[in-house]
Each structure stands twice: as structure tokens, then as C-alpha cells.
Design a protein around this ligand. Structure first.
Ligand SMILES: [Zn+2]
Ligand SMILES: [Zn+2]
Length: 346
């Protein structure tokens, strides 16, 4: 069978290879024939082979952690899934035994494996999953949407579980990837009256028009500081909340210039390198900072329901690629031509 492999410990070096078809290894496993697998920011980092991934990731490894497909085989102890079911899989493999797992916090499992980085991922024709890591896909969602729904679960976990946005508030979202665009939609669902999505020069071609299509106010913060943009809004001059989805040092450092004193920040974006932070300003303004990382079973279930019910949408962000265009898809993701590239396996 075919799989998309990071072949060498060098930049790029990702290709479609012939690999061995996996077998079910225990009675709780389900074999999924993959229909769609989406490229995430972490896959792009693995493709580029940036410094913070060099010791962290295994090579060679099958890339990817966002997928959907159909059940083709089940272990004897599987009860929740049957052959033919449409499913999507979780990104992390948790141990189920550590303190965090036992208290429902599987997303911060102490022995967490990340598919596509520290263990073989999902960009291959067949992937075995424990049934506890799978979710049924609602009929009205496409396989492409179901694969990319994994990214949306990160925003759902952050905005709905780890944060508390009051109705009537002003929210700034920095970063215009799928996590930022879903976080922005969730802020609206929470009743925010102004949701402002801030991007940079590189976002202007593809990503900002998609954000505008969702109805958000947008700006290029390389051209206009967010503080200036907000002071020109008649209804306010500071933000109540920031959803930081870029991981960029410049975006993180600018937060105290436009967040009101006592405001709150949720950090969803994972910086690729060390970031300095103006802690003196943050402390003097008594700014609250929260972090969020990946998602739990409940977040997946809720995300699929929110998508199915059209409370949130990700379809405008998706761009499909065939397996003949592996390199093109990664390059398009990297240079921000495609917001969410998705490989069609079947
Ligand atoms: Zn992802
Ligand atoms: Zn654990």
C-alpha cells in the first residue's frame, strides 16, 4: 500500500512510498481505510524539519494525524463500530493509565504519542485505531471535512473548555489558519459583538479573504497595528480577549498594546522557536494568560456536532490534492497558497 513518508532527517524529503499494510494487533482495534488526510501545521514543520522538531520526531515516519475513512475490519472486542461505518480518528495516542488519563485529561497524557511525529501517522491507505480513538462522522459531513475536523477540535477545546468569553465582548484573533478561523467562529457563538481577525502580509492573498467570507472584520497587522485598528472602532478602543493562534513572537509581544487591563489571553498557537514575552506589562495590567493543547474525546464529539449543525464551518478552508501531488500540497501549505490542503486517498 501507499503512504506519505518523511524519509530523511533533512528539509523537505517527503514522498509517496510503498509500505507494508498494517494488521490489527489487538481485539479492541479497528482497521480504517483512509479516504482523506489533511496537512496540519505540525506536518509542515516536519516537512521543513525545523529545529524544534529535530529531536522530537521519529524518522522515517508516516506523516499526518488528521484523517477520515471507512471501517473495513474490526477486532473481536469492538462494540461501537461495524464494517462500513464512516469514521474520523483522534490525533494523539494516550496511555489510559497516567493520572491525567484517569481523570479524563487524555489530551495531556504523560505518555502521549503524536501520530505522524513520534509514531506512524495516518497519511497511508490503511490505519489501525483503538476504537476509543475513533468517532462516527455525521452523514452530512464530507470525508474532507471530517479529516480536517481534528484541527477544529483544538479550537473547541481552547475556546469552549479552557476559556470563558462573555457575550458583548470584543475579541481579537491573531493567526488566520483553520484553528484561528474556528476560534473566531466560536467567539461569535459565545456572543462576542466584535471579532477581529488579524493576519500578516502572507495571509492577504488566500487566508484573509476566507476570514472575510466568514463575516469577520480583518486587518493586516504588518500594515496597521491592532491597537490603532481598535482605537478607530467607534464602539471601543481595547480588546477584552485575545485568541492567539499564530505562535509568532511579534503577535504575542503586541498583546499588551491592545488588550485592556484585566483582559484575558488564550494561547492556542504553538511557537516554532523560543518567544520572549513582556511580563512586566502583563503583570502591571493584571492580564490573565491561559494555554490550551489538543483535545479530548468530548471535544471531538462536540466539534462534529457543531459542524454537522452548521454552527461552525471549515469547508471554505479546504483544498483537495491527489496523491500524485504530494510535494505541491506541502509547498502550497507552506507558502500559504492553500489554507488546509487535504489528500484524497480514495
Ligand atoms: Zn492537526
Ligand atoms: Zn496517560
Amino acid at each position: 500500500m501507499k503512504g506519505i513518508i518523511k524519509t530523511k532527517r533533512e528539509a523537505k524529503c517527503v514522498s509517496l512510498e510503498d509500505i507494508e499494510k498494517p494488521k490489527l494487533e489487538n481485539s479492541h482495534e479497528v482497521m480504517v481505510q483512509i479516504h482523506s488526510a489533511a496537512i496540519c501545521g505540525s506536518d509542515l514543520h516536519a516537512y521543513e524539519y525545523i529545529a524544534s522538531y529535530q529531536n522530537f520526531m521519529r524518522v522515517p515516519v508516516v506523516l499526518g494525524h488528521e484523517c477520515s475513512g471507512v471501517v473495513v475490519e474490526i477486532g473481536s472486542a469492538v462494540t461501537e463500530f461495524k464494517i462500513g461505518d464512516r469514521v474520523m480518528g483522534e490525533s494523539n495516542v494516550y496511555c489510559g493509565k497516567c493520572r491525567n488519563c484517569r481523570t479524563g485529561n487524555t489530551h495531556v497524557c504523560e505518555n502521549n504519542l503524536m501520530r505522524g511525529l513520534t509514531t506512524d501517522g495516518v497519511m497511508r491507505e490503511y490505519v489501525p485505531f483503538l476504537e476509543q480513538n475513533l468517532h462516527h462522522v455525521p452523514d452530512n459531513l464530507s470525508f474532507n471535512e471530517a479529516a480536517a475536523a481534528q484541527a477544529a477540535t483544538v479550537s473547541v477545546h481552547g475556546v469552549l473548555r479552557r476559556f470563558n468569553i462573555n457575550a458583548g465582548s470584543i475579541v481579537v484573533v491573531t493567526g488566520v489558519g483553520i484553528i484561528g478561523l474556528v476560534a473566531a467562529q466560536l467567539a461569535k457563538l459565545c456572543g462576542a459583538t466584535n471579532v477581529i481577525v488579524a493576519g500578516t502580509d502572507a495571509d492577504m492573498e488566500t487566508r484573509i479573504p476566507i476570514a472575510q467570507g466568514f463575516g469577520f472584520q480583518t486587518l493586516n497587522c504588518q500594515k496597521e497595528p491592532i491597537s490603532e485598528f481598535l482605537s478607530n472602532l467607534t464602539s471601543c478602543n481595547k480588546a477584552d480577549y485575545v485568541l492567539e493562534c499564530s505562535g509568532a513572537s511579534s503577535a504575542i509581544n503586541a498583546i499588551p498594546t491592545y488588550l485592556r487591563k484585566g483582559g484575558e489571553v488564550l494561547l492556542l498557537g504553538l511557537p516554532g522557536k523560543a518567544v520572549s514575552f513582556p511580563f512586566a506589562d502583563v503583570i502591571r495590567s493584571e492580564i490573565n494568560i491561559r494555554t490550551t493543547y489538543t483535545s479530548t474525546w468530548q471535544d471531538y464529539e462536540d466539534t462534529l456536532r457543531l459542524l454537522s449543525n452548521n454552527n461552525i464551518s471549515i469547508s471554505p478552508t479546504l483544498k483537495e490534492y491527489s496523491l500524485d501531488n504530494v510535494r505541491e500540497a506541502f509547498e502550497a501549505g507552506l507558502n500559504k497558497e492553500a489554507l488546509k490542503p487535504v489528500f484524497k486517498f480514495l
